[in-house]
Design a protein around this ligand. Structure first.
Ligand code: SF4
Ligand code: SF4
Length: 517
């Protein structure tokens, strides 16, 4: 039993609770080389960054689960076992491809975390991690920096400590990348949205403690934070670090206190949809790195991409491994401290997929490791703080709406295949117009329709490209390109396929090259 600071945790019970899941492993090996990854991205089928670097099967999820079975059956824990389990990123790449547990996948990150608690209890904690735990205890941050420095980045802002929206800056943004924390404040100031900040009282979220198995210390930090959040009267907490986000969202149970946790990209994308955002152009070739804590662990894939694609002039291309199959940057779950060289090796491998493009990401921790591997990397919040125009309103979306309606009005032949009664609803950043085929001809009107055949969503950059087409032939080619290649246009069929065929949509889709039947 592990007793620290008013908190008692039965670590062996925590591992025992995963017994069934550990024995559910069929040893199929999908967590080493996966058909799922291969079919998502041809030529890429490797799953575990650690196994790929260190070679032995024991480093893969299958290997780790096999060792855990032996431990549950009485095998002793030793230094080699501890080293094996501290060489895991808890990246969840293996869980994503595993089809055990009715397709849910064996939760290897959770199992590794539970077992690390046993390792800490048995005093197999890594010596490299001890100063981090002591630092959180003494200074409320893992980076061994005095408490007063935590809020230095905010000295030029006048932020209240209480308010409905609370910014949780986190230790890495506050102390290692203060420009990132400042960027978030600049964004909120530009949007004229009040933001509170706890200042030097803000303590570590405890992510690192939980990931390395120091669970009683984590519980103590969590309690302190929840008390602070309640005092602040916050209804929403905004974070900029993917690690803080995952911890506050998944490990704190804040909805019980009436608090919603948002990553800054979720807040911004929501704001963009409801009000529109005015942005200066950013004519750069960029790609996006999904942090594991924002992607696989919490499912925030779309919002950062929406925000990137909404930037005028940007040239965005996905990396080979993306979204749920994205490769970890190599720094998570204590690896950056335990095995820094290995962390950089893994980041170098990820870096190759950027093909020389600027990497945009949403986690200061990933960004630091990618930078250590030689990457040019920027946080999306920093990009937005520099591009956002004051007085951003829904004007942008409404301008694009007018522009697109006007273009279609002058190119009505685009709808020549659609028969009488056909209704298409267009959405640009939550603003709508309808194209309806009537006996009188094609009618284009602002506003929504409750029974469209097709809902077409398009971002302003996609509108720009469509309205630059000279004729129907060019328009159809561009439509296909935006749908299939850049994903700046998407559509939802709102009726059955028989009606779609009867109303002429199938002929239209064939002409656009979207159907080959
Ligand atoms: S962890 Fe899942 S994917 Fe890996 S060997 Fe076991 S069952 Fe197969
Ligand atoms: S969580 Fe990541 S590093 Fe750990 S075993 Fe699974 S794939 Fe490998």
């Amino acid at each position: 039993m592990y007793i620290k600071a008013e908190v008692t945790i039965r670590c062996d019970c925590m591992l025992e609770s995963y017994r069934k899941e550990i024995y559910a492993c069929a040893r199929c090996g999908d967590c080493r080389e996966s058909v799922k990854v291969e079919s998502a991205n041809k030529g890429v089928y490797h799953v575990c960054p650690i196994k790929d670097q260190l070679g032995f099967d024991s480093y893969s999820a299958r290997g780790k689960l096999t060792v855990l079975r032996a431990i549950l059956e009485g095998k002793d824990v030793d230094e080699d076992v501890a080293d094996l389990f501290y060489n895991c990123l808890e990246c969840a790449s293996c869980k994503e491809v595993c089809i055990s547990q009715l397709g849910e996948g064996i939760d290897v990150p959770a199992i590794v975390e539970a077992f690390r608690c046993v390792l800490v209890e048995k005093e197999y904690i890594r010596p490299q991690h001890k100063p981090l735990i002591a630092s959180i205890k003494n200074y409320d941050n893992p980076w061994q920096m005095p408490r007063y420095m935590k809020a230095e980045w905010a000295s030029s802002f006048n932020l209240p400590e209480k308010g409905e929206i609370l910014f949780f800056a986190g230790c890495s943004s506050s102390l290692l990348t203060p420009d990132l924390a400042q960027s978030v404040i600049r964004i909120f100031e530009t949007l004229n949205v009040p933001l509170a900040y706890l200042g030097k009282d803000e303590t570590c979220c405890g992510s690192l403690l939980l990931r390395i198995g120091a669970v009683p210390e984590f519980e103590k930090v969590k309690k302190k934070n929840i008390d602070l959040f309640k005092e602040s009267k916050a209804k929403t907490i905004v974070t900029t670090c993917a690690g803080c986000y995952k911890t506050l969202k998944n490990d704190y149970n804040l909805p019980n206190c009436g608090i919603t946790v948002l990553h800054v990209t979720e807040f911004l994308d929501d704001y963009r949809k409801n009000h529109g955002l005015s942005l200066n152009p950013f004519p750069k070739k960029v790609t996006y790195h999904d942090p594991c804590h924002l992607g696989r662990h919490t499912g925030v894939y779309i919002q950062p991409r929406n925000l990137i694609k909404a930037i005028p002039g940007i040239d965005f291309e996905e990396m080979a491994r993306t979204k749920e199959y994205a490769r970890c940057c190599g720094s998570g779950a204590g690896i950056k401290t335990y095995n820094p060289q290995l962390a950089v090796q893994m980041a170098k491998e990820r870096l190759e997929e950027a093909n020389g493009r600027l990497i945009i990401s949403t986690c200061p921790y990933c960004e630091a490791n990618l930078r250590d591997a030689g990457a040019e990397v920027q946080d999306l919040a920093q990009v937005y703080a520099n591009l956002l125009q004051p007085g951003s309103t829904s004007e942008t979306a409404s301008q694009y709406l007018e522009l697109f309606m006007d273009y279609l009005q002058h190119h009505i032949d685009i709808f020549s295949e659609i028969k009488n009664g056909g209704i298409l609803l267009y959405e640009i950043e939550n603003q709508f117009f309808t194209v309806e085929q009537t006996k009188k001809g094609t009618e284009i009107k602002k506003g929504e329709h409750d029974k469209p055949d097709l809902l077409i969503r398009i971002i302003p950059r996609g509108v720009e490209q469509l309205v630059s087409c000279k004729n129907k032939e060019e328009y159809l080619k561009m439509y296909k390109y935006l749908y299939k290649e850049t994903h700046e246009l998407d559509f939802e069929v709102k009726t059955n396929m028989f009606t779609m065929a009867r109303k002429g949509y199938v002929s239209w889709a064939k002409k656009a090259g979207l159907l080959s039947i």
